[in-house]
Design a protein around this ligand. Structure first.
Ligand code: ADP
Ligand code: MG
Length: 363
């Protein structure tokens, strides 16, 4: 959808190029994140895609068309652009701000109005805010207006330059979640610029780690980049806890579970003790008809009773197939059984994860 070939940009009056020789492709429907230190050329690259800046050399195509063959004005109607400063028009209401592009391209009033309320709902803005002015909104709300405005004429491509940089971490995380959710429904081609590694890992289908001069040090999926940083620059940029960050991207679903020490309520203590010994644990899980009742610790597995006759303690936290291994790790370190239990969508017992299995995924 977007292809940059040997693109460079040297600003007038400067000797070193802001972007030296950059080649990279972004597929339709993916979120590509440009990440790198301040001044490495992220914004410059982004702005060359919608021709806010013209490249010194090289070729950029969007949807197969050379951007230099399209009038900048027309080009930008098909490319939404969201920036940190939002750039809302202060004397226009929220509704008028969002309606900017539809009005520009002459949509009928009714269609524009309909689109405005649809978009406000989509980005999580109460339609009551439509008549307010930007200064009457919080930072997070303004950012949502910026996204809604960029999406107004339904452009296939969205360029986002550190859009959530100015909001606090909690609002930021929420906006990130909303963007992921929005993208699931809209399937835009998005280029997202950030210098926040966690934001990149969270949002990216693929991430390009840039160095000064627009040098692409590595371009790949977050899981791959975290697993195998191409060089020391990338490794340093990823920071510590590289393993933990990777765990947050891997689903429990993709990991082979341990069946765990499992017995039914009507199992005799003798048999339960054998199960426990075989799995080298000091507890057993109690599962009846596929449903997890809880666990019983070794000291209770005495006497003539059956397992179900003694105290069965519930697992306080259980995981789902779409839980991450990072969540699994958090769960098991806090658990007296030192395993994380996985249930499927129908609450049926699937098995357990221990530290060893989780660590195995990082190898
Ligand atoms: P980033 O977005 O990664 O922080 P930028 O793309 O904004 O980096 O800038 C890359 C380099 O180009 C920096 O050294 C910056 O100072 C320089 N630069 C950016 N815009 C201009 C400009 N209009 N004129 C001269 N130099 C610029
Ligand atoms: Mg920038």
């Amino acid at each position: 959808m977007i292809r940059l070939e040997h693109v460079s940009k040297t600003f007038p009056g400067t000797s070193a190029p802001a972007v030296g020789d950059l080649s990279l492709e972004v597929d339709e429907g993916e979120i590509a994140v440009f990440i790198g230190p301040s001044g490495c050329g992220k914004s410059t690259t982004l702005r060359m895609i919608n021709r806010l800046i013209d490249p010194t050399s090289g070729t950029i195509t969007v949807g197969g068309r050379d951007v230099m063959d399209v009038k900048p004005h027309g080009l930008r109607l098909g490319i939404g652009y969201v920036i940190q400063q939002v750039g809302l028009f202060p004397h226009r209401t929220i509704a008028q701000n969002i309606a900017t592009v539809p009005e520009l391209i002459g949509w009928p009033k009714a269609r524009t109005a309909e689109q405005v309320s649809r978009l406000m709902e989509m980005v999580g803005l109460d339609t009551e805010l439509a008549r307010r002015y930007p200064s009457e909104l919080s930072g997070g709300q303004q950012q949502r207006v910026g996204v809604a405005r960029a999406l107004a004429a339904d452009p296939p491509v969205l360029l986002m330059d550190e859009p959530f940089g100015a909001v606090d971490p909690i609002v930021r995380a929420r906006l990130q979640d909303e963007l992921i959710d929005l993208q699931r429904r809209l399937c835009k081609t998005i280029v997202f610029v950030t210098h926040d590694i966690d934001e990149a890992i969270r949002l990216a289908d693929r991430m390009a780690v840039l160095n000064v001069g627009g040098v692409v040090e590595q371009y790949g999926t977050p899981v791959d980049v975290l697993a195998q940083p191409a060089n020391p620059f990338v490794e340093e940029f990823l920071g510590s806890e590289r393993g933990l960050k990777r765990l947050s991207l891997i689903d429990v679903r993709g990991t082979k579970l341990d069946p765990g020490p499992v017995v039914g309520s009507d199992t005799t203590m003798d048999v339960a003790r054998q199960v426990m010994q075989a799995s080298a644990t000091d507890w057993v899980a109690v599962v009846d008809d596929g449903h997890l009742r809880g666990w019983v610790e070794a000291s209770y597995l005495q006497g003539p009773d059956r397992v179900g006759d003694v105290e069965v303690r519930p697992f306080l936290v259980t995981l789902r197939p779409d839980s991450s291994l990072r969540e699994a790790l958090d769960t098991l370190v806090a658990s007296p059984t030192r395993v994380a239990v996985v249930l499927d969508e129908h609450d049926r017992y699937q098995g357990v994860l221990d530290v060893g299995r989780i660590g195995g995924e990082l190898e």
